[in-house]
Each structure stands twice: as structure tokens, then as C-alpha cells.
Design a protein around this ligand. Structure first.
Ligand SMILES: [Fe+2]
Length: 196
């Protein structure tokens, strides 16, 4: 029998202090998977890339630079095919606003890309972006599998209930699972690409 989502959420919240205790910064993989592949779940929905995408971002797993303001964020998850199989070597490009809601449109601050590992995992260390006028808090991402089309989409934070509800682009299927506090957060999202 499937566990109701509300109960799962409660269990997740109860487990969070443990997930973070004894580990200076826990792994996103400790969070529940986001509903992703398999029955009743299609590929991850695409969304507009918005006006601030810059191609050719640096290859790196940390976008954090010393002195940056904001809550530290470790975000990661999996890239899966339609049959829930992990996809390795998927290019994952992440870009987002800073703690004042600004994008770097002249350089590559808070922009970077990496490739999923043999188990389909991706993970970035960065900071929590601020909301900016007209938008709820979000991360931008592009995923390019070796054989398949690029997925361009955005990821959202479940704690931003009111601003998510007001946002015209927001899609609840793109909500991450998150944990943490004002100092540091972890967030997880598992992408499903239209391959396989
Ligand atoms: Fe944006």
C-alpha cells in the first residue's frame, strides 16, 4: 500500500535533525527521492530558460565563492531515464540569482556545469538564491543526455508556499525536497529525461 504523501512528509521532517546531526553538511541523497519515473510520472516538465542563461559555464561542482552572502545550499539528486535507470554523463548546467536576487550577466558567478556520475548522481554546493520581483525562489537548470534532447527547467523550494502560489511559472512537479536552517540547507531533485 502506498504511504500517503502527508505521512511521508511528516516522517521526513521528523528525520531531518538526525540527517544533519554529526555531519557538518549532510548529503542530499539522505532526503526522500522526488516523485519521478515510473507509473503515473512522466518525464520532468520543461520550463522557460528565462532571460539570464549564459552558455559555456565553467565545469565545477561548487559555485560558492568565499565571502558570498546567503544560506549555504547543497543541491543534488539523480538523472534517470523513463524506466528509472540512472543516466551517467548527463551534462547538468545550473544557474541562479544571488542572495540579493541578482544574476551575474557579465561573468559566471553562480553558474556552472558538471556531468552525472556512473550512478546518475549530480550535486552542487552553492547558496540559496533570493526571490526577485515577479518570481518565487527558483534554480535554473539544463540537462543534456548523451543521446537525447536538452531539458531546460526550473526547481522550486517547498517552504515558499505563498510566493510559489503567486508565481505564474511555478509547477509543483518541480518542487525539491529540502532540509536545513538559515545556515545551511540541502535539497534534492531527481530528473527524469525523455530517453529509454
Ligand atoms: Fe530566474
Amino acid at each position: 500500500m502506498k504511504t500517503p504523501l502527508t505521512t511521508r512528509r511528516n516522517l521526513l521532517l521528523a528525520a531531518l535533525p538526525l540527517a544533519l546531526a554529526g555531519d557538518s553538511w549532510a548529503q542530499p541523497s539522505k532526503l526522500d527521492p522526488t516523485p519521478a519515473c515510473g507509473e503515473n510520472h512522466g518525464p520532468t516538465p520543461s520550463q522557460t530558460e528565462g532571460p539570464y542563461f549564459t552558455p559555456n559555464s565553467p565545469l565545477r561542482t561548487s559555485l560558492y565563492e568565499p565571502g558570498m552572502d546567503g544560506t549555504r545550499l547543497r543541491v543534488g539528486g539523480l538523472a534517470l531515464d523513463r524506466n528509472c535507470r540512472p543516466l551517467s554523463n548527463v551534462l547538468v548546467d545550473l544557474w541562479h540569482a544571488d542572495a540579493q536576487g541578482r544574476y551575474d550577466n557579465s561573468g559566471y558567478r553562480l553558474r556552472g556545469h558538471q556531468f552525472t556520475d556512473a550512478e546518475g548522481r549530480w550535486q552542487f554546493d552553492t547558496i540559496l538564491p533570493a526571490l526577485y520581483p515577479g518570481r518565487t525562489r527558483h534554480l535554473h537548470v539544463k540537462l543534456q543526455p548523451r543521446d537525447g534532447r536538452v531539458l531546460t527547467t526550473q526547481l522550486y523550494f517547498p517552504a515558499d508556499t505563498a510566493s510559489n502560489a503567486r508565481d505564474r511559472i511555478f509547477d509543483k512537479r518541480l518542487l525539491m525536497n529540502t532540509a536545513g536552517d538559515a545556515e545551511q540547507m540541502i535539497a534534492r531533485y531527481d530528473f527524469v529525461l525523455a530517453v529509454g
